[in-house]
Design a binder for this molecule. Structure first.
Ligand SMILES: [Zn+2]
Length: 359
């Protein structure tokens, strides 16, 4: 089971594609225009397990947040290696989307090549752009001019002040909801559809136009108790999608709209892409969120990585190695117990998704 999980993007992709060789099913490769840190090619790879005309489809996706892809990629390789194709009901397919954000995965960043948080990018850019009250006030402290000395000290003090005054939940909400005003800032949702969004929506429009029911299971890491997989549903009691989510996955379902989730309410998550591309389908989406380190440590890693590329000169910075190690610890458990926890829970959830979507 440990072998399903990789040490870097290139290895994760190779494991996924190698394990997919055993099944004679449709596969697609979407080449990303940029390369990885060692010059390696990047892309989103999709394997369609089950009938091509299946009316019920579970989409299990990885690496929407780049570096978080170690988790979902390991499970996707496991589903292929352990022949989940043989478990599928006649009218149900399991679609594995490997590396929604391959550039972030390869460069061990949460964001994409344009500093876009892909899970904030699926808004309607032709409609009113969501506002982000409070973000502008915090931005200078979140992205200090320097990572050492007085600039950093003043920035840290401003953040500590804010947390003391407003509380940690308010800080999390203001910073991570998604903002569309500061391209060099944290949780930036972009100014238009990214490469990844165009790729995913294009695929879904082309190949999923006859699907009746879609279950989205998007694998993430970095929030909640270590190794635990929190099911984050959409909406609140009374909403049909929320009620389906509870019926399929049980009473442990959380939701930001209910206020009991490790995540705050977000703008522009990836399920809106599938909804836009497949308006004919009934959708039941969850984010499957696996914990790693405490929230404030994860947030500090995101802040450090953002600074590194916005102001620090990226790979040329003396802080590069330590910040990359910080990111990796924040988004990849790496020890055997963590991987085992992910694999056990990942199987359980995707099994429930397959049963639910076919029910
Ligand atoms: Zn995530």
């Amino acid at each position: 089971m440990d072998t399903y999980f990789a040490a870097d993007y290139a290895e994760a992709r190779a494991k996924f594609l190698e394990s997919a060789k055993a099944v004679d099913v449709p596969k697609w490769k979407f080449d990303h225009p940029l390369t990885g840190p060692s010059g390696e090619a990047l892309g989103t790879d999709i394997v369609w397990l089950g009938a091509e005309n299946a009316r019920n489809v579970v989409v299990a996706g990885s690496a929407t947040h780049g570096i978080e892809g170690f988790c979902g990629s390991g499970c996707q390789t496991g589903f292929l290696t352990e022949n989940w194709m043989s478990r599928l009901a006649a009218d149900t397919a399991l679609v594995l989307v490997h590396a929604n954000n391959p550039h972030g995965f390869a460069h061990q960043r949460r964001v994409n090549e344009d500093n876009i948080d892909l899970n904030r990018n699926f808004i309607d850019f032709d409609a009113e752009i969501p506002d982000s009250p409070g973000y502008a006030e915090l931005h200078p402290a979140l992205v200090p001019d320097a990572w050492d000395g007085t600039a950093r000290e003043a920035a840290d003090a401003a953040i500590a002040d804010y947390k003391a005054r407003e509380g940690l939940p308010a800080f999390q909400q203001v910073t991570s909801r998604g903002q569309y005003t500061h391209p060099d800032g944290l949780f930036f949702g972009g100014t238009g559809p990214s490469w990844s969004r165009r790729t995913i929506e294009g695929f879904a429009r082309t190949h999923m136009s006859a699907v009746k029911r879609i279950a989205v299971v998007d694998f993430h890491t970095g929030l909640g108790p270590r190794g635990y997989g929190e099911i984050i549903g959409r909406g609140a009691p009374g909403d049909p999608q929320y009620e389906r989510t509870v019926a399929w996955y049980g009473p442990d379902v959380k939701s930001a709209a209910v206020g009991n989730s490790a995540s705050v309410r977000l703008n522009g998550t990836i399920d809106f892409g599938y909804r836009r591309a497949c308006p004919q389908a009934e959708q039941t989406a969850i984010t499957l969120e696996f914990g790693t380190l405490p929230l404030e440590e994860v947030h500090e890693a995101i802040r450090a990585d953002n600074w590194l590329y916005a102001k620090g000169g990226a790979a040329a910075s003396p802080h590069f190695k330590s910040i990359k190690a910080q990111m990796r610890a924040a988004f990849y458990g790496e020890d055997s117990q963590w991987k085992k926890d992910i694999w056990v829970r990942g199987q359980e959830i995707v099994e429930q998704a397959l049963a639910g979507v076919g029910s």
